[in-house]
Design a protein around this ligand. Sequence first.
Ligand code: FES
Length: 366
Amino acid sequence: MANRRLAPASEQPESFAFTPENADWAEGQIAKYPEGRQASAVIPLLWKAQEQHGGWLPQKAIEAVADQLGMPHIRVLEVATFYTMFALEPVGRYWIQVCGTVPCDVCGARDLKKILHDRLGPSGHVDPDGNFSWLEVECLGACCNAPMVQINQDYYEDLTPESLGTLMDDLAAGRPVRKGSQTGRISSEPKDAVTTLKDETLFDGSRVGAWRKRFEEQDRKDGDAGNEAKAKAEAAGSAQAAAADPKPARPDAGRPIESGSVDTPAQRAAGGQEPANPQGDAGRGDRATVVEPKTGPEERGTPQSGRSYTKTPSKPEEGRPVAETKGSTPESGAEPIASPGKTDGTQAKPVGVDPADKGPPGPIGR
Ligand code: FES
């Protein structure tokens, strides 16, 4: 890669200004960008200035573009020296930019550079006839058709040293030349025999159909799985709802009363029927349960379990036996029991009981 320097002062023009036609074009380019972003038009304006000045950018053109865009000169100079599309020195009538990046290099770009050097001398110089100058540049984006060169605005691809020499001869002589691939291939199609992408199904749509069918099957599977998951989720939701709102347990709260399916003596007695086994317990006065049919409010208190039931008095006035007073609990109004007073530690105490142990700790009484 050649150094990117401005041409010597002897080559520089005294001034530069766009032609009226190019000035209008430049204004149109600047108007594409919002207010305050006019600097975005720097590359189009530099390109037009280079075109107007015979294919290369003098220092005065760079400064004129900077002034028009309100940019410091150095900022525009940085742009012009960065991109090899801007020639900073005079070029021949045909400016040859030869790609030297890896794909072109491995396909023969070195041979192209050699023939250019042999015919034109070092890069960056115009040949004595003023027809050609050349420069090695980085990838120009036509790697599939390497090696290649750009001459002025056009690409010439699939070159060999011989075809490049012929091309230069034709250009110098003013003969028509073929742009693009010099071997006749169209665009970047395979260079020789087709070895890849030969399967017809790639192009007849059947593969797309297979893929579409596969996606449809997957969608159907996903749908089935989704329905199953939805059913599980609904079942889980029902279980949660049942737990959160349990059914009433008492009959009078709404629980259905089960019909008596067990034929028990109590049920038969309640219904005024004879015991099912008159020779059994019912015939034994010591074991038989005497149940009298009940009516009225007490009937509602009868359990539904079907077991025999005999009401037991719960109050002394109803006949509940009263136990004799035991222990040391004083009765109301009685004299308190005398305290045994202090002990000397010799009294018998329960085995395993530590008199110092006051019981388990607790929030009260400690
Ligand atoms: S490497 Fe030469 S055009 Fe891309």
